[in-house]
Each structure stands twice: as structure tokens, then as C-alpha cells.
Design a protein around this ligand. Structure first.
Ligand code: C5P
Length: 205
């Protein structure tokens, strides 16, 4: 069983994907981490994320980078959203995502283009969204809890800029697959969002 979970930043897709993976005992891949690892590699080496050649070279990052806590920082997220606009970078990361999806027994993947590009044949597809204000509030709480000094307005502006880049890029833009079920988490607790997500998957089995 392949479960695809897509949606914008801080929509709750990661939490939902992890909960689905635990519920169905499936392996989980947060595909945003791959783009963040490319972004972080460029930050570490002083490369420009807008430079397609440099970004492609940075796709050869070591696996151990995927557990680096710096990948959760805003800097890596912003660099990730820029490198992810390069078609060559997306192409370089496809095999890794597809082979994860096709392992025996199945998998849960979350990202922006899982239901549309990586696993169009997924058994269940969810598109998770929430208002930008609510997503910015969640991200702001998360960052301040980690001791980062950042204003709400700054986080909101970043979320909006990322939404715009993710949904207007030519290569695999963020969009809901036609056969994906929409789950709006704006006014749901984490528990009820997970409950709804399991219901959606159950209806597809
Ligand atoms: O989900 P997360 O915020 O970690 O993703 C970081 C960035 O990576 C996103 O803003 C998006 O531009 C890019 N991304 C993508 N395709 C995916 C996952 C992430 O383009 N499947």
C-alpha cells in the first residue's frame, strides 16, 4: 500500500504522514528533507541555491545529512524551496523517492508532488491544507519553542513566499491530484486530523 500525503508548509502533512505510517506499520519518507539536504549542502559550501548547476552537484549529499537537526531550520527550508524549482534537481531526487515508495509492503511519503509525480498510482492520496495565518502560527510556535528569535510576521511572509514559489514553479508545482482527498486541518486538533486521515485511507482500501 502506497499512501501519498501532499500539502504546503506547516499544513500538518508531516504529522499526519508519520501517524499513518505508525498506524499501518509502514516506512515513512519526508521528501522535504531531501530538498532541505540539498539546500543545507549549498549553505555549508557557500553555494547559491538559485544556481541550477551548483544545486545539482549538491544532490550528491551523504545520507547521514538527512538526520542533521539544522535541516529543520528556516534557512534550510528557504534554500530547499529555491533548489526545488530546478527541474534537474527534481529529476536527480526522483529515483530515491520512487524506490522508497515501491518497497515491498508499501510506504507513506509526504511532500508536494507525491500524488502527482512521484507515485501517481498511490492507493490513497491526501492533500492537506490550512490557512496561511494558522500555518504561520504553528511554525512560529515550533521555532520559538526551539529557542529561535523570529517574529510572527517574518514567519508569515516566509510561508507566503514559499507557497507562491511552490505553486507557481513550472516543474512539479504544488497542486492537489485529481484523485486526492482534501483534508483542511485549520480548525482540527492533531488527534482529529489524524482520525480523519485514517478514515480517508480506510475508504480507499
Ligand atoms: O516540506 P518541507 O517544508 O520540508 O519542504 C521544503 C521545500 O522543499 C518546500 O518548500 C518545497 O519547495 C520543496 N519540496 C518539493 N517537493 C517535495 C517536498 C519538498 O518541492 N516533494
Amino acid at each position: 500500500m502506497i499512501i501519498a500525503v501532499d500539502g504546503p508548509a506547516a499544513s500538518g502533512k508531516g504529522t499526519i504522514a508519520r501517524a499513518l505510517a505508525a498506524h499501518y506499520a509502514l516506512p515513512h519518507l519526508d521528501t522535504g528533507l531531501l530538498y532541505r539536504a540539498v539546500g543545507q549542502t549549498l549553505i555549508d559550501h557557500g553555494g547559491d541555491p538559485a544556481d541550477a548547476k551548483a544545486a545539482l552537484a549538491a544532490c550528491r549529499f551523504k545520507d547521514k545529512l538527512l538526520v542533521d537537526p539544522r535541516l529543520r531550520d528556516d534557512a534550510a527550508g528557504i534554500a530547499a524551496s529555491i533548489v526545488s524549482t530546478h527541474p534537474a534537481v527534481r529529476a536527480a531526487l526522483i529515483d530515491r523517492q520512487r524506490s522508497f515508495a515501491r518497497q515491498p509492503g508499501g510506504a507513506v511519503l509526504d511532500g508536494r508532488d507525491i500524488g502527482t509525480v512521484i507515485a501517481p498510482d498511490a492507493d490513497a492520496k491526501l492533500f492537506v491544507r490550512a490557512t496561511s495565518q494558522i500555518r504561520a502560527r504553528r511554525r512560529h510556535n515550533e521555532l520559538t519553542a526551539r529557542g529561535m528569535a523570529v517574529t510572527f510576521d517574518h514567519v508569515l511572509a516566509d510561508i507566503k513566499a514559499r507557497d507562491k514559489r511552490d505553486s507557481t514553479r513550472a516543474a512539479a508545482p504544488l497542486r492537489q491530484a485529481e484523485d486526492a482527498v482534501l483534508l483542511d486541518t485549520s480548525y482540527l486538533s492533531i488527534e482529529s486530523a489524524i482520525h480523519h486521515a485514517i478514515d480517508i485511507v480506510e475508504q480507499r482500501l
